[in-house]
Every structure is written in structure tokens, then in C-alpha cells.
Design a protein around this ligand. Structure first.
Ligand SMILES: Cc1cc2nc3c(=O)[nH]c(=O)nc-3n(C[C@H](O)[C@H](O)[C@H](O)COP(=O)(O)OP(=O)(O)OC[C@H]3O[C@@H](n4cnc5c(N)ncnc54)[C@H](O)[C@@H]3O)c2cc1C
Length: 333
């Protein structure tokens, strides 16, 4: 029996949203192949209730590998464990998140498993005639979408961008099995230990998890004008994002870049000011719930896909939005 697997991610015992997004992708593939879907949890203190949620959101099985030495992501140990599981259970397909840990772990495991790996997929499907995984991702500088197959090696391995799909709703009537894998010393690479973490506080921004993103582009004209976006984001309780043009000009750091070569976001509200709406930028915002565009060009591409298109000068519109929001907040308090 072949299997589709997803690799769950967690922090402090809590599963990250991307674990459920991967299950939505995996479920579609497993259903097409008529095979079970399993999630692999490597970590520490991920509760049974959390693992049940994996089942409620699409998994048929959960392989749980837990030990205090696995509380933090250590590529060498995680790769040993995943490779051991692959040898034992022989999955056909493994999906992981294209996060920094997924992007580190999967190439390591692919080499050990002598398998291929397609990074950063935007679409996944099953080829009807062969059952092979069709792995689609941008290629040649984002100018074409390439579909890649791995017909001769197993497992077929792919990473998928966070926020590029929505988790399935919870279905509490779903049943599944949680299989606990005992950890032995041989699974832990004792050459590596985590001493601590350093966050670059000055430029750390959790764009992917933010509910509200206020983004600026070349139309903001200079770095100082990003204070307009900062103020609005602060009033709304959001964070600031940017187009590549703004980042390339040094107006804001790369961690803020949204789009094909930046981050994919899925906030409840995205406001883009002075952003034209290139396909590369849209690739990063298309799953936002509400899109607001502020641009003085009535034909700007971003206006075309926006829920609210404000045709106007960002230097007038943004302060006015800010003023109105403050007035409303004042009234509400
Ligand atoms: C391989 C590849 C990867 C890429 N990856 C990304 C990516 O990840 N993210 C990304 O964003 N881009 C990416 N790009 C670049 C992309 O093609 C565009 O060049 C970029 O998105 C344009 O940024 P922009 O909208 O800020 O600038 P522009 O396209 O120059 O648009 C500026 C807009 O500001 C408006 N404007 C000007 N003045 C005002 C004003 N006073 N008030 C209101 N509006 C005003 C203009 O009407 C215009 O629409 C990539 C390109 C390639 C080839």
C-alpha cells in the first residue's frame, strides 16, 4: 500500500498552521491515488489533542516521534528519524513546508533516500495515467511554470509554500490512528545541540502569520515615506510589507518582501499602496481575504483584483485613512 505523507511543523508543543495546509494538499493527492494520508510529527510535547487535530483536518494516520531532545529543530536528528521512517514504511510521496526548517530538512533527507526533491511548489497533482506526482513551480526566473516528475525514484518529495493553500475545516467525525515511534539513542545526532536562538529583532517581521498587512511599493517614492505605512499598520494592529522595487531600493528590508521571490501571505486584510500589481507580487497576495489598492493610476493591475480600489495619491489617501480610523477608534473607546 502506498502512502502520502506530510511533515508537520510545531513550536512549543503547538502545531503551526502550515501543518494543516499541507494536509489539505496531501488529502487531494491521496484521494486521487486512493491511498491513506499520514502526518509525521517529530518533536516534543505535542499533545494527543493536537495530533487528533491532524486527523480532523485530513490525516488517516499520525506517526508521532517525540523526545525532549527533539524539542527544537536539529536537521541531523530530524533527518535521521525521517529517513528511518521512510525505510520502514516506504511512502510514495512526502510533502513538507517551504519554511526554513522544511527547506533545510528535505534536501538532507532526499540525499539520504536517493530521491528527487522539487522545492517551492505552487501546484501539486497526480498524473492520471502513471500515478506520478506532478510538481509545478516557477522556473527560469519566474518566467515559466515548470511541471516536474520523478518517475524512477521513490519517495517523490516536494516542499510547498506556506499560505499557498487553505487548511481543510475540522471534521470531528473523522477517525484515524496515532502511531508512537519509540526514540532510541541512535536516532539523535549528539554532535549537534541547540545553545539558543537569536532573533534579528530590528528586522524580524511575521508577515506570513499577520492578519493585516499594509504594503508599499515604488509609488511611495522614498524610504521616509514608509512611516505612513508604519503608522497605518500600527493603528490597524498589522505589519508592513513591500514590493520588490521598494526592497531593491533599500527603503525596507528583504524580510518584508511579498511575492514570488519574497513571502506568500494570506491576511484578512491586505492594503497595497503605490504598488502596480505585477504577476510576481500578486503571486504572494492572491489568497488574502480582502484586498485594498491605493494607486493614482486607474488602470493599475492591483486595482483590477482589489475588493476596494482607491484611485488617488497615496500621500493623501493614507493619512486620511489613518485619520478616519483614529476617529472611529476614539469613538469606540
Ligand atoms: C523573477 C522575478 C521575481 C520577482 N519577485 C517579486 C516579488 O517577490 N515581489 C514583487 O513585488 N515583485 C517581484 N518582482 C518584480 C515585479 O516584476 C515588479 O517589478 C514589482 O512588483 C513592481 O513593484 P512596484 O509595484 O512597487 O513598482 P511599479 O510597478 O513601478 O509600480 C509603482 C506604482 O505606484 C503607483 N504610484 C506612483 N505614484 C503614486 C502615488 N503618489 N500614489 C499612489 N500610487 C502611486 C504607480 O501608478 C505604479 O502603479 C519579480 C520579478 C521577477 C522577474
Amino acid at each position: 500500500m502506498s502512502f502520502v505523507w506530510t511533515v508537520a511543523e510545531h513550536a512549543h508543543g503547538e502545531l503551526k498552521a502550515v501543518s494543516f495546509e499541507l494536509l489539505a494538499r496531501g488529502r487531494k493527492l491521496a484521494d486521487k491515488l486512493g491511498t491513506p494520508l499520514a502526518a509525521v510529527v517529530i518533536g516534543d510535547q505535542v499533545s494527543e489533542a493536537r495530533m487528533r487535530e491532524l486527523i480532523e483536518r485530513g490525516a488517516d494516520k499520525v506517526y508521532s516521534v517525540q523526545d525532549p531532545r527533539l524539542a527544537h529543530f536539529v536537521c541531523e536528528s530530524y533527518a535521521r528519524i525521517l529517513s528511518t521512517l521512510i525505510k520502514t514504511y516506504r511512502p510514495d510521496i512526502i510533502l513538507a513546508a517551504a519554511t526554513s526548517s522544511g527547506r533545510t530538512l528535505m534536501p538532507y533527507v532526499a540525499v539520504k533516500a536517493r530521491a528527487g526533491l522539487t522545492a517551492d511548489c505552487t501546484e501539486l497533482d497526480i498524473e492520471a495515467e502513471t500515478g506520478n506526482l506532478l510538481q509545478t513551480r516557477p522556473a527560469i526566473g519566474g518566467n515559466i511554470m515548470a511541471t516536474i516528475k520523478t518517475p524512477n525514484h521513490r519517495p517523490q518529495m516536494a516542499t510547498v509554500r506556506p499560505k499557498s493553500s487553505k487548511p481543510l475545516p475540522k471534521d470531528t467525525s473523522r477517525h484515524g490512528e496515532i502511531i508512537t515511534i519509540p526514540v532510541d539513542d541512535g536516532m539523535i545526532d549528539t554532535r549537534v545541540s541547540v545553545l539558543g536562538y537569536r532573533k534579528d529583532a530590528a528586522d524580524f517581521v511575521n508577515l506570513e502569520e499577520a492578519d493585516i498587512v499594509v504594503a508599499g511599493g515604488k509609488g511611495m517614492k522614498k524610504a521616509e515615506h514608509f512611516s505612513l505605512l508604519n503608522n497605518l499598520a500600527q493603528t490597524l494592529g498589522g505589519v508592513v510589507g513591500a514590493s520588490r522595487e521598494a526592497v531593491d531600493r533599500g527603503w525596507i528590508g528583504y524580510p518584508h518582501q511579498i511575492g514570488l521571490s519574497g513571502k506568500t501571505i494570506s491576511p484578512k486584510l491586505y492594503i497595497g499602496a503605490g504598488i502596480s500589481g505585477s504577476i510576481q507580487h500578486l503571486a504572494g497576495i492572491k489568497t488574502s481575504e480582502v484586498i485594498v489598492s491605493v494607486n493614482n493610476d486607474p488602470d493599475a493591475n492591483l486595482h483590477k483584483i482589489a475588493d476596494f480600489a482607491i484611485v488617488g495619491d497615496a500621500f493623501q489617501v493614507l493619512p486620511e485613512l489613518q485619520r478616519q480610523l483614529k476617529l472611529r477608534k476614539g469613538r469606540a473607546e
